[in-house]
Unconditional design. Structure first.
Length: 116
């Protein structure tokens, strides 16, 4: 399984970005895909996750600002980020999680930088 992210960049506070992640390879249909982020000196944290059944959950810090969605029969996941804040600055990682064996796959990460 391979995950490739795109869409990061530099944007001013209050702006928007859309991250994309495409999964390829032999993908088990029952899974969850999500976005994590890691800021300098901090642990990686969950931003948002969506299951193959469409259930979503978000970190409290992004609720109401970020929206996660899936497409392409579940092989792509997107993160629409609005009202961005300086504290959203981090490397964002795409994640694919398999429930049947608890295995995780990760993308290479994409940098998101918010200027205040």
């Amino acid at each position: 399984v391979r995950l490739v992210e795109s869409g990061g960049g530099l944007v001013q506070a209050g702006g928007s970005l859309r991250l994309s992640c495409a999964a390829s390879g032999s993908i088990v249909s029952v899974n969850a895909m999500g976005w994590y982020r890691q800021a300098p000196g901090k642990q990686r944290e969950l931003v948002a996750r969506i299951t193959s059944g469409g259930s979503t959950n978000y970190a409290d810090s992004v609720k109401g600002r970020f929206t996660i969605s899936r497409a392409n029969a579940g092989s792509a996941v997107y993160l629409q980020m609005n009202s961005l804040k300086a504290e959203d600055t981090a490397v964002y990682y795409c994640n694919l999680h398999y429930y049947h064996n608890s295995r995780d796959y990760w993308g290479q990460g994409t940098q998101v930088t918010i200027s205040s």
